[in-house]
Design a protein around this ligand. Sequence first.
Ligand code: CA
Length: 225
Amino acid sequence: MRLLVVEDDSAIREFLNRGLTEAGYRVDVAPDGKSALALVDEEVYDGFIVDLGLPDMDGLDVIGRCRALGHTAPVLILSARRSVDERVRGLEQGGDDYMTKPFALAELLARVRNLLRRGAAPQMEAVRLRVADLELDLVRREARRGSDLVQLTTQEFALLEYLVRNAGRVVTRTMILDRVWRMRIDPATNVVDVQIYRLRNKVDAEGKRPLIHTIRGVGYVLKEN
Ligand code: CA
């Protein structure tokens, strides 16, 4: 398991490097946002530990750029910022967990283990996802039902991928906005419903068994029946 630690404080950076290496991880370190982004351009990581207060940019921007580059590995935010607002903002902008400094190494290791476990399935998975006769090719970004190619926009594909990854589980509008749009949108907006409607017209076309189900007042679930 390969981790990237982005932290400008050299003492903390080395402490993390040593602690994580001793725990069996392969660790790369970056002292600022620019060098972190240079690394993620070259390497694939299983997880990120990112300090928010970096000398050249905000850690949240580093996370945003990683996500935009297609990195889906879990992110543990490390920060001296303690307020609830800061935590919420961090988690909304692509962080998967948040720890405030000072922290205990044992707790950090436990959280990293936990995050990697959650991230493990998508990381190790094949290039195809399947539910019933619906198949997603994640490399070609193509969806098929049976032998029929389903023409989707990039956003529709991302939404369908999210539903398929969570097949059998109800996902709320807020979860979809957070994970598919990855930005702060008023949950009262109907953007999700509109996209689901369009997606359904394509995926669950006439004559096909419906896979996308509405759970009234809650959200959506993709499942066989
Ligand atoms: Ca810092």
